[in-house]
Design a protein. Structure first.
Length: 164
């Protein structure tokens, strides 16, 4: 089974992730890349919190579900301190670390996705990072943050989410 990759592409504008998503949808239709799931975060300058959106299209069928994105985005953007405490109390934070989504990953995304930026989050069994980087170049992603999940880690993540 291919290794899953959670990829986060950061863009310097609130619209960048949505624009890159259109390219991603084309690549998925052309079968250049296959995706398990995708979500976008857009943070307009002056807004206290970003807007999040789970992609429901041919790109990703939402296999991880809204529980995954809700937990991840909650820990990163909406209640990071409460989320970390709640995660520790329920074991979710440790479980996420066990599946490759550790505190360093969460903090890096939190530090980089700020007002005036956006991010495209992808869960893919076979992300071709170089190909995406070339395709996204027109939208000038400023950073790539990603983590790999082994088959066991992806299974554990699905188990954590089923219990959440």
């Amino acid at each position: 089974m291919p290794q899953a990759t959670l990829t986060v592409w950061r863009f310097d504008t609130p619209e960048g992730a949505q624009d890159a998503l259109k390219i991603l949808e084309d690549l998925a239709r052309e079968k250049v890349i296959s995706l398990s799931d995708a979500a976008t975060v857009s943070w307009t300058s002056g807004e206290p919190k970003p807007r999040t959106h789970q992609v429901q299209s041919a790109v990703g069928a939402g296999s991880m579900g809204s529980a995954f994105w809700g937990l991840l985005f909650g820990l990163i953007f909406f209640v990071p301190l409460l989320g970390a405490e709640l995660g520790t109390a329920t074991g979710a934070s440790g479980s996420l670390a066990d599946v490759g989504i550790d505190e360093g990953f969460i903090n890096r995304v939190r530090d980089q996705v700020t007002p005036g930026t956006s991010a495209l989050f992808l869960m893919s069994p076979d992300t071709v990072l170089d190909r995406l980087k070339d395709e996204f170049a027109v939208h000038a992603p400023s950073d790539l943050v990603f983590t790999h999940l082994s088959a066991d880690q992806e299974g554990a993540l699905r188990k954590v989410l089923a219990e959440a």
